[in-house]
Design a protein around this ligand. Structure first.
Ligand code: THU
Length: 163
């Protein structure tokens, strides 16, 4: 018997200025997309921006529903849209940000398990890392170099013999 560790590697960024201009812009877009969220139930507003290899950015925000599970998280709205509109284009990075009416989001948002799984699907499919930026309205920003780092011990196409 032995203990095995599956570490999560995250870069903590103190302020936007530490990032490149395109990275800052992607995070800015995800923050502005929180304004497009339809979240009357949770009052938790999430925005996402996916940078494609051709430089195009596909945006999303969370969309809720009176039948709660019918809603969808911002990052899934964005990556599903990116894949639907540009099926052959690789996703280079995604920025995800959150804002709330009930608290000041001074820390990075944490993507739910289902979103991590969905993001990983595309990373595995395109065989190239997708960089993930997580932020709130203020405070530190997390950069994760690849989605796999957010989902240790993951289940992928490989487990189904499809890779
Ligand atoms: N939500 C997202 O859109 N992304 C996340 O990373 C966390 C949670 C949404 C789902 C729901 O509309 C609201 O935030 C509260 O859970």
């Amino acid at each position: 018997m032995k203990k095995v560790n599956f570490p999560i590697h995250i870069t903590e960024i103190e302020s936007l200025e530490e990032l490149s201009r395109p990275e800052q812009e992607l995070i800015g877009l995800s923050r502005s997309m929180t304004r497009n969220a339809y979240a009357p139930y949770s009052e938790f507003f999430v925005g996402a921006a996916v940078l494609l290899e051709n430089g195009e950015v596909i945006k999303g925000s969370n969309q809720e529903n009176a039948a709660y599970p019918s809603g969808l998280c911002a990052e899934r709205v964005a990556v599903f849209s990116a894949s639907a509109l540009h099926p052959g284009k690789k996703m280079k990075a995604i920025a995800i940000s959150a804002r709330s009416d009930n608290q000041t989001m001074d820390h990075p948002v944490s993507p739910c398990g289902a979103c991590r799984q969905v993001l990983l699907e595309y990373e595995v499919k395109q065989k190239e890392a997708i960089t993930v930026f997580l932020s709130g309205e203020t405070g530190k920003i997390y950069r994760i170099e690849k989605v796999r780092d957010l989902l240790p011990l993951s289940f992928t196409a490989e487990d189904l013999g499809k890779l």
